[in-house]
Design a protein around this ligand. Sequence first.
Ligand SMILES: C[S@@+](CC[C@H](N)C(=O)[O-])C[C@H]1O[C@@H](n2cnc3c(N)ncnc32)[C@H](O)[C@@H]1O
Length: 222
Amino acid sequence: MRKPVENFAKDIGRPDPAGRLDAPSFHRNKEGITAELIRLLGDGHGDVLEIGSGTGQHAVTFAAALPDLTFWPSDPVSDHIGSIDAWRTASGLGNVMPATSLNCCERPWRLGQRDLRPNNLDAVIAINVIHIAPWAVAEAIIEGAKEYLKSGGAMIFYGPYRKNGQHNSQGNIDFDAALRARNPSFGIRDLEDLMACADRNGLRFESETDLPANNKMIVFRA
Ligand SMILES: C[S@@+](CC[C@H](N)C(=O)[O-])C[C@H]1O[C@@H](n2cnc3c(N)ncnc32)[C@H](O)[C@@H]1O
């Protein structure tokens, strides 16, 4: 039987009275991530599925910055779904959809909403997901993205990566050790493994961008 997904909400304290969780890392990294998404997706008018939306803070931030795109947040953890919907309600934004309960390893994805049919998404984004989850989650995201992205759509990952077997900072060496101590199936991923998986699934590598705090944005295209 598949293990339940860890409840990341436990790490970040209690929600506010409106039900919103607040992740400290969101405040540190949101500007760089949002600027890159504007650069990558700013011309689009379609739908963006977010895998592992967590608190939901990114989804509402991106939706505010990219008003012509519709954001579809998702997460498998019910506490996270509650927080995402609380941030959505508080934002008043019309281009963030209600959160979908989605474990990306349970395929085919049941996105359950009218416009999210296969070959229809402009982008799939996964921020800080694949190192805090088993490697099978990275594979499942890519396999699902291959099915749901329209031709030319973007698969976008954000987080820390090893490259040529090397971490890019002492901070990431320590972070990787802490992740693996917490759960041996977690850990900072090798960029080459991600690229090989994307290639096997017909997604073309487009770019690797260094962002603050030794993180990277990795983009593949369908
Ligand atoms: C570290 S949190 C990151 C949350 C948010 N994206 C952020 O950057 O603040 C990792 C997220 O991945 C989600 N996740 C873990 N395994 C998953 C799976 N199999 N399918 C979908 N999401 C998953 C968790 O529920 C959690 O919300």
